[in-house]
Design a protein around this ligand. Structure first.
Ligand code: FES
Length: 118
């Protein structure tokens, strides 16, 4: 099982392949924003990697990070577009619950991922 370490929250064993956004919410009890429901449309689920940033990225994530200028910030990635497949250490950027909660993100990455190298 990959281990997810979240600065200020602790370390958690995560089922292999689980979406990072859902690991933060369900397994670590983090209050993470996900305003678009985990569909690569908002960037509020973004986190900063301290260790273990994945090399691959979905096309949807790359496009949104680039369009919003976030691709220039070191280690910043969209937690709804990442699978827990190895140990990771992250920092939450928006550790507050949204005012209006959208539906819990689905188990699978949406839109269906097209993987490319970062
Ligand atoms: S929840 Fe909106 S981009 Fe990830």
């Amino acid at each position: 099982m990959p281990q997810l370490t979240i600065e200020g929250l602790g370390s958690f064993d995560i089922p292999h392949g689980k979406r990072l956004i859902n690991a933060i919410i369900d397994d670590a009890g983090g209050n993470q924003h996900y305003s678009c429901g985990g569909n690569a449309k908002c960037t509020t689920c973004r986190v900063q990697f301290i260790q273990g940033e994945p090399d691959r990225i979905t096309e949807a994530e790359k496009t949104l990070l680039s369009a919003s200028g976030l691709d220039k910030e070191s280690g910043v990635r969209l937690s709804c577009q990442i699978l827990c497949e190895h140990d990771m250490t992250i920092r939450l950027i928006f550790p507050k619950p949204p005012l209006k909660s959208p539906p819990h993100p689905s188990d699978d990455i949406q839109p269906p991922p097209v993987w490319i190298n970062k």
